[in-house]
Unconditional design. Sequence first.
Length: 90
Amino acid sequence: MEDIDSLLARIRHLPLDPRLDAIDGAVFDGIARRAKPQVSTTAMAIVAVVSLGIGLAGSLAPAEPERAATVFPLGAPGALAPSTLLSGYE
């Protein structure tokens, strides 16, 4: 640990790298390059119109009605469950 402490103390007294003065400009240039849109406005408009058309066609097409199965909260009722055995008596 003493070797690490002495190494860090020596590094602390070294001058800063001169390239650090230009780092702000490089970062802002990179942000500006990434901020430009990758897809044109015309292409996005075409995609929006096509998706709207597909959505409307899908919602207007008739679908066959599905009948939902009876749902039992604890699974299928057992044939020997008390509620099924006693249901025949009044």
